[in-house]
Every structure is written in C-alpha cells, then in structure tokens.
Ligand binder design. Structure first.
Ligand SMILES: C[S@@+](CC[C@H](N)C(=O)[O-])C[C@H]1O[C@@H](n2cnc3c(N)ncnc32)[C@H](O)[C@@H]1O
Length: 340
C-alpha cells in the first residue's frame, strides 16, 4: 500500500493480538478497525492492550455486509491450528468442526464481498506447518485466485530472524492489484529477495533478572518425566516450539531452562538414573520459562504488555502458546504491503 494510503485492517482469530502488534511494528500509522475472537479471556487481554475494538463473536456468524461497511484494505487471519497440526495424529483438517469458521470466511464471505469489489487488497493467513498439505489450503488458494488475488506461500521460523526459538509456521500472503509475487510455484523458506538469516541471539538475552520459585520444575514431574524434557541453557541459541500445553505436557510443548550453565546435563541425568534419586538434579536448577520471557521470545513489546489481574499464569501460557511470533509476521506484512 502506498505510504499515502491509510492502512485499515481487520484481525480475525485475534487471540492476544500478535498480528495487531506485527502490523503496527511494520506500519505504525496503520489502524486495526475491528478484531474478532470468541474466547472471553483472549478478548479481555486484547481489550486491555488495544482498546475496545475487539468483538467477542463466532467468526462463522460474520456476514459479508457487516464487513463491507468497514471498508478494510487488509485482513489478518490466524485460524485455529488444531485441525492441521502434525502433533495431533487424528487431525481431521477441513472435516474438523474447528475449521468451519475459516471455510465460511474464505469460501463464502470473501467471494460475496468480491462481487461488489469490497474484498481487501491484502490478506495474510498464518497456521501451523502442515497446513500446506491440507485440502483447506487448496481451497484457499483456489478461492483467492478465482477472485483476483496473487498468492505466495511460505514456511518460516523465528530462528531466521535471530530469535532462539523454533516455531515453523505456514503463511499465505495474498494481494490484488499490486505487483506480482515471483511465479515459482513452491512454498518459500524465506521471503523472496530477502536474506534474513540473522545471527541467533543467546537465550540469556530474553531472561528475567528475578524469577520466583514457582517457576521451578517440581521434583515429582522431574522424577517421572524428567528425561523427556527438551533442556536449554542461557547460552543456547535455540529452544523448541512453545505450545498452549506448556507446563502441562512435557514432550513437544516447549523447552525448560537449566540455569546452571556450567553443568553437563547428560552427565547429571545419567547420575540421576543410576542413583534413582531425583535430588541429584537439583544443582541443574531446572525451571520453566516465565510468561514474560515467552512474550519477549515471541517479540511482543513485553514491558508494555498488560495482563488483566484476573488472568492466571496457566491461562497466560495457553494464550501465548496460541499466539504468533511478532517479528516474523512484521517482516511478512512489510513485504506484503510494499507490493501494493
Ligand atoms: C491460533 S489462535 C490465534 C492467536 C492470535 N493470532 C494471537 O496472536 O494470540 C486462534 C484463535 O482463534 C479463536 N477462534 C477459534 N475459532 C473461532 C471462531 N469460530 N470464532 C472466533 N474465534 C475463534 C481462538 O479463541 C483463538 O484465540
């Protein structure tokens, strides 16, 4: 969008507003007109940070006419990923009821708006890696093409932006009436013509200075599941993907931190196994990442981010784990808008 044209966005599946932050970091003058989510706590957190533009609503119930009146020129969308996640062996894709609202908005509402040329100039869709093999992705591409969009698909991770966290995510960018994306028909692993491969910063740059004991990993958890954890140190240049199940699930829900940098993790765990005594692990000082550390890793403007006082720590983890990496999406929005 040319810099003289106001950017007016709608945010669907807004959660705690990661896409909103990404848009503002890319284009500070942009305005999010309305955001939609049906989860009451997400809406409460969103409102605390972005004001009363959040509508608690089932997106399946949105009508073309109400969206046309808003006259937005960019839509930002991060629909539920459970239907598509490879972590769920029973994922049903488009057959999952949680996929319905996205099929409604893309398959019905957008084409309806296109009849009166009221569809947005640009669209960004975010989902889990794995979405690219779904029938929903094929339908999305076909629908967007049929109503005049040029599309580009990518799989990116924050590691490419120097952030020590793996979070591979699928993105689709769509625009109409602007310059064309490269013709090559593939899922891109970097933004075209943009070599972002930054030096990854160590985890220690993201850590709180003062962490209370509640973040420690309980001994009973370590005793039963300790060997399954992905463990990183302050000097590590990686961590694994943090999900909404962080602190509930052990495997594949995110890394824990070993504060004792100097100790050899494997050696201490071997001693624990042979001694059968969990206290052997104490010198490692194993703990969970705190919500504020995760917000920093997700590139949220952490010191200014507000949690309403009623939101529990457990809920904070759920909401952050559902969210997006702001830095990655910022780069995508910049690229998307440059071509319009
Ligand atoms: C993957 S999360 C998106 C998170 C968001 N981008 C953020 O930064 O926090 C999906 C969100 O969609 C919401 N959601 C799922 N289905 C919905 C529906 N039918 N109507 C409204 N919101 C829905 C969930 O409550 C959740 O907040």
């Amino acid at each position: 969008m040319s810099s003289s044209q106001p950017i007016r966005a709608l945010e669907f599946y807004s959660g705690i507003g990661g896409l909103h932050y990404a848009l503002l970091k890319s284009r500070p003058e942009a305005e999010v007109l309305k955001a939609f989510d049906w989860d009451p706590t997400s809406c409460q957190v969103y409102q605390a940070n972005h004001g009363p533009i959040i509508y608690r609503k089932d997106i399946s119930a949105l009508k073309a006419a109400e969206l046309a009146d808003l006259n937005a020129n960019i839509w930002l969308m991060s629909p539920a990923c459970q239907p598509y996640t490879v972590l769920n062996p029973d994922a049903k894709g488009a057959q999952d009821p949680r996929a319905l609202s996205f099929l409604h908005i893309v398959g019905f509402v957008l084409p309806e708006l296109a009849k009166s040329d009221a569809h947005p100039r640009c669209i960004l869709v975010e989902n889990v890696a794995g979405f690219e093999t779904s029938s929903t992705r094929q339908d999305l591409r076909a629908t967007l093409k049929a109503i005049g969009y040029d599309t580009l698909e990518l799989l990116l991770t924050p590691l490419q932006y120097g952030i020590p966290n793996s979070r591979p995510r699928y993105y689709m960018l769509a625009r109409r009436g602007g310059s064309h994306f490269p013709l090559e028909n593939k899922v891109w692993r970097n933004i075209p013509d943009c070599k972002e491969d930054a030096q990854v910063v160590a985890i220690r740059e993201y850590l709180d200075t003062d962490v209370d004991e509640a973040s420690g990993v309980p001994e009973k958890v370590l005793k039963k599941w300790g060997r399954l954890f992905d463990i990183v140190k302050p000097s590590s240049a990686r961590s694994c993907c943090f999900t909404r199940g962080y602190r509930h699930l052990v495997e594949r829900s995110g890394s824990i931190l070993q504060e004792a940098e100097e100790l050899d993790t494997t050696q201490v765990f071997d001693e624990f196994v042979s001694a059968g005594d969990v206290t052997v692990l104490q010198p490692l000082r194993l703990r969970y990442f705190t919500p504020s550390e995760l917000l920093r890793i997700f590139a949220f403007d952490e010191p200014h981010f507000v949690w309403p006082p009623t939101v529990s720590t457990k809920t904070k983890y759920r909401l952050i784990g559902n969210s997006i990496n702001v830095r990655v999406v910022q780069a995508l929005i910049t690229y998307l808008l440059e071509g319009v």
